[in-house]
Write a protein that binds this ligand. Sequence first.
Ligand code: FNR
Length: 181
Amino acid sequence: MTTILGLAGSLRRASYNRGLLRAAAEVAPAGITIELGSIDDVPLYNGDLEDAEGLPASVQRLQGQLRDADALLLVTPEYNGGIPGVFKNAIDWMSRGEGLAHFREKPVAVIGASPGGFGTILSQNHWNQVLRRLNTQPWFGGQVMVSRAGTHFDAERNLVSEDLRVQLATFLDGFAASYRK
Ligand code: FNR
């Protein structure tokens, strides 16, 4: 059994990337559990806030989930050719204090969905430099880049494309196999 902490990098209710994360949890092959984390309550990083109050409860919760997980799955939107601020903000908070150590050598995979034609490739590439800085072990053995997301999700953002559900399951299988002994 392996546990992967899954984080989606969008705050909006009708997010394709939230839907993609939910789908990952649904299709995960036997022996793989996707724990659904949330960045919804993470405030904007402010060093003054950290100095005065320490780490917010939402950040401490995420740090604990990351510590206890075997691996991390980032489900990223793309904004202006890069990582959305809210997602980077959450990871920045998570890297504070003891949290930095939880990233070290953690296997990490990145997937994403966009209504456009390039499936978050720029955002996924953007994550590489952050993941390197955090001393993680990024996994490059597979790809899930969902383009034209509107054609693959229903109104409730359920992933309805059977091909993509199979692709997602295969991706998760390969990711888990890469770090499982
Ligand atoms: C976008 N979007 C976008 N899409 C993309 O493929 N490449 C991009 O560079 C951008 N840039 C961008 C900037 C800003 C400020 C916004 C608000 C949006 C569109 C984006 O992919 C779309 O809104 C997705 O639906 C966002 O992901 P969620 O919220 O559906 O998960």
